[in-house]
Every structure is written in structure tokens, then in C-alpha cells.
Design a protein around this ligand. Structure first.
Ligand code: SIN
Ligand code: MN
Length: 227
């Protein structure tokens, strides 16, 4: 028993799907491993350019511990643009149709067919890479003009995802373990809830996903910023 990594226990204890808050749904193991591997490959390509994966520098001079690359629209604190003016000035890669399709499928999975999935048109993906030491502080996703849900996909190492309230960074919040293949959608009353990643659990990734270490997270969003 001693020395077992959390990953060794995967599958022994099925993790149930959960509504964490109104409009916030966690669906464990939604992405099959082949799909995760394909996503990792395409993210590796996007990480090379036209805008490379890098640590975002905050206006106060702080540097985020996660590394980020964007597709469709470039996010920099605290706005969206087509070109990565805080990196190399290049226009970000186009947001592919298949990724919007995946976002719509995620919405159907989370909310069912009655959800306004027909009109859901995510046009940006923020792709974050976490090494074992990376964290993300509590924040809201609020640079979007659209109130459409955010779709979050996790691959690689398991993390603790803290999902809070819409008022402040503190309690009440719920800590959820997001493992490889998990889907988390937050929309409706929870769309502007504070959330963050206080901890990544190194060594929990299954190398079959294409991630031998670290955690990859994609959030698909509708910017509402037009063409
Ligand atoms: C984010 O809040 O944009 C990323 C969340 C995550 O890494 O799970
Ligand atoms: Mn966020």
C-alpha cells in the first residue's frame, strides 16, 4: 500500500457526476483516452506557435505560474484581442470548428438536450499548462461579453479545483478533484463564480493520455467580441 500514487487507484472508486452549484456540473471521465491524446497533440502544436506557450505577465509585474496559449482570441490581463500584443504580436491560431463541436457536445452532456446548445458558439480556448508547482488564484472569467457557459477539459495530472461563489474569493466554496478526461461546465447562475486551482498532484497522470507529467486544461468560451 505504501508508495501508491493516486493514479494507481484510478477506476477503483467510481467518481459520480455532480452538480456542484446551480449551473456548475462536473462529469468525471468524459473524454476517452484517445480523444485526450489527440487534444494533447494539437495543444503541443499550438504551444509552438504562431504565439508560443508562455507565462502571462500581470499588469503589476507578477508572473503567472501556469503557462498559457490561446486559440481564436488571445487573452491577456484583462482583455481579448486577435493578436498577442504582450507576447510576439502574432495573430493567434484560428479556432477550429471541431473544437466548437466538442464544446456543444460538452454542454449537452452537462445540461441535456434542452440546454440552448444550438446557439452555443465558443470562439476562444485558453490552454493552460500546470507543472507540479503551478497554481491559479481565485478569479472570475469576466472578460467575455457573452454570458454563455464556460467548458473546462482537464488532461494529465489531477488537480484540486476550487469552485466558489459569485460574491468574493472566499467561502463558501467546494473543492473538486479534476482528473484526466474530466469535464466541468459552469454557466447560468454560476457563470461568474470565483474559481481557482490551489493544487496539482504531480505524478497522477496516465502517460497513455500523452501527458507524462503536468496538467493541461482547456477552457472553451464565447467571447461575444464578434469577428
Ligand atoms: C481557468 O480558470 O481558466 C482554468 C481552470 C483550470 O485550470 O481548471
Ligand atoms: Mn478561469
Amino acid at each position: 500500500m505504501y508508495g501508491w500514487a493516486v493514479g494507481d487507484m484510478a477506476g477503483l472508486f467510481p467518481r459520480p457526476r455532480a452538480v456542484v452549484a446551480p449551473g456548475a456540473v462536473h462529469v468525471p471521465e468524459w473524454l476517452p483516452v484517445e480523444r485526450q491524446r489527440a487534444l494533447v497533440e494539437v495543444c503541443r502544436e499550438w504551444a509552438r506557435g504562431p504565439v508560443p506557450l508562455r507565462h502571462t505577465v500581470l499588469p503589476g509585474g507578477g508572473v503567472m505560474s501556469v503557462q498559457t496559449v490561446c486559440v481564436g482570441w488571445h487573452w491577456q490581463p484583462y482583455r481579448y484581442s486577435r493578436t498577442a500584443d504582450d507576447v510576439n504580436g502574432a495573430r493567434v491560431a484560428d479556432f477550429p470548428d471541431w473544437l466548437a463541436e466538442l464544446g456543444r457536445a460538452a454542454l449537452v452532456e452537462a445540461y441535456g438536450e434542452e440546454s440552448p446548445v444550438g446557439t452555443y458558439a465558443p470562439d476562444t480556448a485558453l490552454i493552460n499548462f500546470y507543472d507540479g508547482a503551478a497554481r491559479m488564484g481565485m478569479h472570475q472569467d469576466k472578460e467575455e461579453r457573452s454570458g454563455a457557459p464556460v467548458v473546462s477539459l482537464s488532461i494529465g495530472d489531477t488537480c484540486v479545483f476550487r469552485f466558489g461563489n459569485t460574491e468574493n474569493r472566499g467561502r463558501p466554496y467546494t473543492d473538486v478533484e479534476l482528473a484526466s478526461g474530466d469535464l466541468f461546465v459552469f454557466g447560468g447562475e454560476s457563470r461568474f463564480a470565483f474559481h481557482g486551482v490551489p493544487k496539482v498532484c504531480p505524478g497522477t497522470a496516465d502517460p497513455a493520455t500523452g501527458m507524462s507529467r503536468g496538467r493541461l486544461n482547456l477552457t472553451l468560451r464565447e467571447t461575444g467580441w464578434g469577428v
